[in-house]
Design a protein around this ligand. Structure first.
Ligand code: XMP
Ligand code: MG
Length: 220
């Protein structure tokens, strides 16, 4: 985990009143944890770091694997930034980006479920012998990523690199650490920037901590 931004446990976050938030969602948001612009800034640096690591290894093409649904925004922004570095004349190197997608489900309400369901793995034969960059939204206990990695390994990729936007500091962590992390965050349930609570809030732009009322309002 290189140069990860650490958001401390006592960080209060920002008052949501200072941000554009749809009125019907306002009472569901406790605080804004990471403003949208800051996420975008951080992704540019992540893309720089990933680019350097891949070019150093003389990689010619990369299977950029999006873990749906939670990583879709992160994936789109990261791919855009990686393509920008790839196209920059002063960048020392280039690799092809081959987009791939997989869907995982492990959460119901705000707690990780024992079982991790993997959908859309039929196409995974495509990663055999390839360098794969897994783009995931968040590492919480680490169980989902370990399950995904063992599934990927059974298709014998050349190398697998994991990049996550967030890593939660939780006592339930199994110690798994991805190769690249955007932010390390306190043990709170986050929504927005494609992070959901029972499929709601993915379209919210900033990353927010859900309120007690939000948990109640959108419970299944
Ligand atoms: P584990 O515990 O297996 O969980 O590492 C990882 C998956 O759980 C989801 N997750 C969250 N989703 N807000 C969300 O919207 C959260 O705070 C949160 N914590 C975990 C996520 O899908 C991740 O892939
Ligand atoms: Mg996920």
């Amino acid at each position: 985990m290189k140069n990860c931004i650490h958001i401390p446990d006592d960080f209060a976050g920002f008052d949501p009143c200072g941000f554009c938030i749809p009125q019907p969602l306002a009472s569901s948001i406790h605080r804004v944890l990471i403003p949208h612009g800051m996420i975008k800034d951080r992704i540019k640096k992540l893309a720089d770091d990933i680019f350097k690591a891949l070019v150093e290894e003389e990689v010619e093409s990369v299977s950029l694997l999006c873990v749906l649904k939670g990583a879709y925004r992160f994936y789109a922004d990261l791919q855009e930034s990686l393509s920008a570095v790839n196209a920059n004349e002063s960048s020392k190197g280039h690799f092809h980006i081959i987009p791939e997608f997989i869907r995982l489900k492990s959460y119901e309400n705000t707690s990780s479920q024992g079982e991790v369901k993997i959908m859309g793995i039929d196409d995974l034969e495509k990663i055999r012998g390839k360098t794969v960059v897994v783009v995931e939204d968040i590492i919480d206990t680490g169980r989902t990523m370990r399950k995904l990695l063992s599934t990927l390994e059974s298709h014998q990729p050349k190398k697998v690199i994991v990049v996550c936007l967030l890593r939660k500091r939780t006592p339930l962590s199994d110690g798994y650490k991805p190769d690249f992390v955007g932010f390390e965050i306190p043990d709170r349930f986050v929504i927005g920037y494609a992070f959901d609570y029972n499929e709601y809030f993915r379209d919210l732009m900033p990353l927010c901590v859900i309120s007690e009322k939000g948990i109640e309002n959108f419970k299944e």
